[in-house]
Design a protein around this ligand. Sequence first.
Ligand code: SF4
Length: 384
Amino acid sequence: MSITPIIEQCRARLEDPEFGSVRQWKARHPGGKAVGCFPVYTPVEIIHAAGMLPVGLFGGGTTIELANADARFQSFVCSIAKTTLEMGFQARLKPLDGLIFSSICDVARNLSSVVARNFSEFQVEYIHHAQNMTSPAAADYVESEFRRVQRNMEKLSGGAISQEALAASLRTYNRVRGLLRRLYEIRRESPHLISTVELYVLVRSGTLVPPEEHLQELEQVLELLPARQGRPKDRVRVVIESAFCEQPPLDLLQVVEDAGCYIVDDDLLTGWRWFVEDVPEDLPPLRALAESYIRRSVYSSVRHDGPRPRTAGLVEKVRRAGAQAVIFMPAKFCEPALFDYPLFRVALEEAGIPHLVVEFEEKMWTFERTRNELETFVESMLFD
Ligand code: SF4
């Protein structure tokens, strides 16, 4: 058996515009509730511990035409905000009962209130993440915020969330994130064994099913991968940066790979892989999550820096991955990504790491110009 049928199944799941896997889960769990998690980071353990299904909510991608959302947002707003709202107007969010947003940017904050105002059928939650990561009170603050989320998830599910259930969910998600880290390591070491398109499909489709089901898929893929045939090719090793919220179309990732790149690290779907190591299992669960948010999470343009700036984090990531270059992939109008670009650029220039900027929109469907730019960049790297 090969991993191809698993990837194909995952791709069908994520390309289903009607959240078919969520509907199936609800059919199997009468009365069960599902909660959409807008990027970037949501403490999904709390939702899972309440017996509900956390669901990745990444906008409508290429599958939706804007008919109503344009009138509620300025023209210079990122696409994911508009298509997420449009999904509400076109009843595509119907399988969801709750929606969680967080303080990643002004757009996400406004989206949260616009959704709440237009769709009273959803319980809408907004998480205020820590602004000061170095304060001794930061972990206390995050813990109290997660406790508030817990109370609201209890209201939505209609039952109390026990410490035991939280601890069990934390262990489950630790296992998922651990296997994802392992897959990222394999791609870093042997990018010819699993492409980024395949890895991305696997990770993203996992946000649409219970973590237990996702675990099985990840375990199967990890078991089958070593038997995969293939030889390393002469390609440029790159890191993709700035695609942490709105997600690039799969075709764009394919174009990057076809242009002669091995993507050896990225920040795609980063919120679902948020911790650099396991969340401690010997602390009270919310405390462990809060401390981990402060001390064990990845650097990000939407997470305030701790003692180490994210510019250093990017350079370190490039070195660790043995990458030769960075491809910045900000979504059009994404302020956190675009505001960080000048800082990252200076850090990369100082470190002597070349980069290319490839701006995208989730509904992008022509890639000719991008393909040419990428091929020129790759050639300049290979024949330098
Ligand atoms: S794509 Fe950027 S601007 Fe838009 S909601 Fe996400 S973080 Fe905010």
